[in-house]
Design a protein around this ligand. Sequence first.
Ligand code: M6R
Length: 600
Amino acid sequence: MCGIVGYIGNHNSKEILLKGLEKLEYRGYDSAGIAVKNESGVHIFKEKGRIADLRSIVDENVDGHIGIGHTRWATHGVPSKLNSHPHQSTSGRFILVHNGVIENYELLKRDYLTDVSFISETDTEVIVQLIEKFVGEGLEVLEAFRKTLSLLHGSYALALLDAKGDDTIYVAKNKSPLLVGLGQDFNVVASDAMAMLQVTDEYLELMDKEIVIVTKNEVAIQKLNGEAVQRNSFKAKLDASDIEKGTYPFYMLKEIDEQPLVIRKIIQTYQNEQGNLTIDKNILDAVNLADRIYIIAAGTSYNAGLVGKQLLESVAKIPVEVHIASEFGYNMPLLSAKPLFVFISQSGETADSRGVLVHVKELGYPTLTLTNVPGSTLSREADYTLLLHAGPEIAVASTKAYTAQIAVIAILAEVAAKRKGIEVNFDLIHELGIAANAMEVLCDSKEIIEIMAREFLTGTPNCFFIGRGVDYYVCLEGSLKLKEISYIQAEGFAGGELKHGTIALIEKGTPIVALATQKSVNLSIRGNVKEVVSRGANPCIISMKGLNMDEDSLVIPEVHELLTPLVSVVPLQLLAYYAAIQRGCDVDKPRNLAKSVTVE
Ligand code: M6R
């Protein structure tokens, strides 16, 4: 979602800000803007659309040594130049970028700002107008900033410039991510380290309700009450090449191809010197003490959680419930006596999941986060973290994080089982290795899958995915991938459920993707395919070697039946990718979507 960058130092900031915003493009946005300050004042450029559109309107003769920038994903007010950030106070003195949602902005307008004419429809403008009001009433800028923050309810990451004042960027955060990057004679602000890796890899983490006063030579962190905070910086362990597309046309394709490598890296990382899989003892204790695990997640991570449930229940014999994060808060089930909450999140920033985390922590329950982003909010705030080691995932459509989540849960299930003395009758390292090889075979089958996409999905308004058992869970993920990047209306169903309603939608030529990787239900899913074919559907059956039949469109290599999702999802990811390409869609940046969903 919205992204923030800021620069203060000896160099001109315009290009640094624009490049930083380009690195934040993956988060999803619909407009962008920058403000640069120089001797003649603050110059603001904003545009609806892409950073390229913003670049085209930026005055090449204007630059400055201080600046802030923003990518906006509309929440309050349509995507437009007017609603895009930076926002300015009425006099033009204060300039602000904001990520998050101010829940009480209407109340604040009514209580404090009745005499102000608002230019935009955003909640953000209230913040900058409040700062101006309090400065007008005699407060110093920092005091006005502090007072404003104390009135805000909701989430925010903020960077503020004062056109009249000292060369300073005022920064604050609550619930929305923000980092300060450190350099020699310069400092930067960024929603994530990737944005400013171009100038520094040294960062300071910020906590909720902290204010940071950033000048070119100093970074001072304070609590809201003014108390100074000391914090060590950390090095962002990111390789610039990890965040480049290289020769790939889209990040999504690169990330699909990286999956076998990621699985091998996970095996390596979770192996000890004796070659056994290992997990932090405290995490194992928490898992084995629990009488039930509650997995909380959204989107693709939720779909991975469903597969994870199967793994944890069948290998570690622990009952598991999987819940959609946005529902859990309002619809909490009756909890068991000793629950463990497991949050699965690629970004570690999903606000819906964080809402649940905060709530269950208040209730005193233990929490574990599985995430790809060390130091992310969910990681910091949970009792324990397991990292996915998938490397940065840039495409909005999650691919390698999904398979990494499944692999890490498989390892957790295996190690927890062994610790409890439960016999595990397969060698997980060996089986994961086989799965990684099978994924590679499928990544090398792109030409076939591209043809399948053309054959089954050209011109179709919809597509159904069916499977039974764990194949059903993978169908949910396959359909999510297809709908989010190709805009084909796609749904995943349990094979046996079609006849209870959905079969009414089947017409001549309706594409049905069926997964058949589970021996115990192979014949039943094929029976379901027959039911839809006899009503005119166009079936695309993806089966596993050993279970395959003549009519199948693609046969995946044989892998352990608990690990088939790692492999069967690859052709579904590629089908979605090619369907989107064939429709001319912007694969990495699907409409209306954001990579990290930081609003509830
Ligand atoms: O970062 P998270 O895993 O918490 O994100 C959850 C969902 O927003 C995410 O998986 C989303 O569904 C993806 N765009 C799916 O490809």
